[in-house]
Design a protein around this ligand. Structure first.
Ligand code: SF4
Ligand code: SF4
Ligand code: FES
Length: 423
């Protein structure tokens, strides 16, 4: 890889060197300086829609949006921390954003983790000067069985629509009309049928888009959080699992540029209720006593007795993390003295694993993203490894030529040349 050209500038008087082409908002982040923002998202193209991230650049007569302006050598940037003008512009812009915004925070799912609420509390006007009736809409609008839109809360940042345009390619929602009438909409009778729809809820900076399974379920300060890895496919998206009173109420994507960028598919995000379903087996069952419930102590004692003869095998299923599978294989080999260990649930399965093990290519998601030519053979990426589907689309946006060989046209149809083959 060619060495990156660095640009040195100052932000609030502190010097920083960043790669050429970096946006001012990112350079400030490198120094730990946070410029307020709504529309900016590190994995989406800059758009400058919300105008909240104004900064002053010394020697320039007007303010600049830091999320759309690239750094330049010797540039001296002053954020709201050191520029009265930038601060006043942010306060004024916030007042505009709040003109029609409802006072919903106490009942809004975003309340407690909302940048608009945080900024209004930090430097917003204590009282509104707007005395006209506020704009209202029918609410909530069901974009799909999973995603609801409370339109009057929307700040028109276009994060949701850009995600659909740039990342998933599922262009079901769009910004319609202009001025005060501008709004996020979906075609009448359409359903937001995207297997990635939940990402729009996560990146909506306010409570305009909400997920049906989490609506009115918890306040952020009621939650305890664990960090995990999704087990629904081999992609291994990094996720954050939020629990309330011991039950999972929400799964969010965690950023990991090596795996899932900032996204998950809807399966990973919403298929968590099975963990708390009443029919789930929660204790060991002893088969030769007619599936009688038993304690773990009793079961482990029986397993230890059975295994004395040395005839033990482990069958795990394919959903363990690498670390867990490794620990189990150690247990099997060193404690139980057996090499009979497998994760395949069918006798004829495992071709993919054998092929992967024999392959000289250790291909990472980054490699896919940077590839110039991608050949997808026999894989419906959206269905089988959804997050790989997003990487292939990302590569296609960067100019990669994508070819798919598959018995049917896959969801990569708009970015790839398909060759149909017999199953
Ligand atoms: S619905 Fe949310 S993400 Fe979409 S434009 Fe409105 S505020 Fe932005
Ligand atoms: S793509 Fe979906 S199913 Fe696969 S790991 Fe990510 S969230 Fe889970
Ligand atoms: S964050 Fe810069 S214009 Fe919205």
């Amino acid at each position: 890889m060619e060495p990156r050209e660095l640009v040195t500038l100052t932000v609030d008087g502190k010097e920083v060197s960043v790669a050429k082409g970096t946006l001012i908002i990112r350079a400030a982040e490198n120094l730990g300086i946070e410029v307020p923002r709504f529309c900016d998202h590190p994995f989406l193209d800059p758009i400058g829609a919300c105008r909240q991230c104004y900064v002053e650049i010394e020697g320039q007569r007007k303010l600049f949006t830091s999320c759309t302006t690239e750094v330049a050598p010797g540039m001296a940037v002053r954020t709201q921390n050191t520029s009265d003008e930038a601060h006043r512009a942010q306060v004024a812009n916030l007042e505009f954003l709040l003109l029609n915004h409802p006072l919903d925070c106490p009942i809004c799912d975003r309340g407690g983790e909302c940048p608009l609420q945080d900024q209004a509390m930090a430097f917003g006007p204590g009282e509104s000067r707007y005395t006209e009736p506020r704009r209202t809409y029918e609410k909530p609008i069901a974009l799909s069985p999973l995603v609801k839109l409370d339109r009057e809360r929307c700040v028109l940042c276009a994060r949701c629509t850009r995600f659909c345009d740039e990342i998933s390619g599922d262009r079901f929602i769009e910004l319609f009309a202009r001025g005060a009438a501008e709004r996020v909409s979906i075609a009448a009778g359409e359903d937001f049928r995207s297997p990635f729809s939940g990402n729009t809820v996560q990146i909506c900076p306010v409570g305009a888009l909400t997920a049906e399974p989490y609506r009115f379920v918890a306040r952020p300060f009621d939650l305890s959080t664990a960090y995990s890895v999704c087990q629904h496919c081999s992609a291994g998206c990094n996720v954050r699992v939020d629990l309330r009173r011991g039950s999972i109420v929400r799964v969010l994507a965690r950023n990991n540029a090596e795996v899932n960028d900032a996204w998950t598919c809807d399966k990973g995000r919403f298929a968590f209720r099975h963990a708390d379903l009443p029919g789930r087996v929660t204790t060991p069952l002893i088969r030769d006593r007619g599936l009688e419930p038993a304690s773990f102590d009793e079961v482990f004692t029986r397993i230890a007795e059975w295994s004395k003869g040395g005839h033990v095998a482990f069958l795990t299923g394919g959903r363990l993390l690498d670390e867990d599978a490794y620990a189990l294989s150690k247990l099997a080999r060193t404690v139980f003295g057996t090499n009979d260990l497998d994760h395949r649930r069918t006798f004829h399965g495992g071709h993919a694993e054998l092929l992967a093990a024999a392959s000289p290519l250790g291909t990472s998601y980054r490699d896919v993203e940077r590839a110039k030519v991608i050949l997808v053979a026999g894989l419906d990426a959206e269905q089988e490894v959804p997050i790989l589907n997003l990487r292939i689309r990302k590569a296609a946006r960067r100019g990669a030529d994508v070819f798919v060989i598959h018995p049917r046209r896959t969801r990569l149809w708009d970015v790839a040349e398909h060759t149909l083959c017999l199953p």
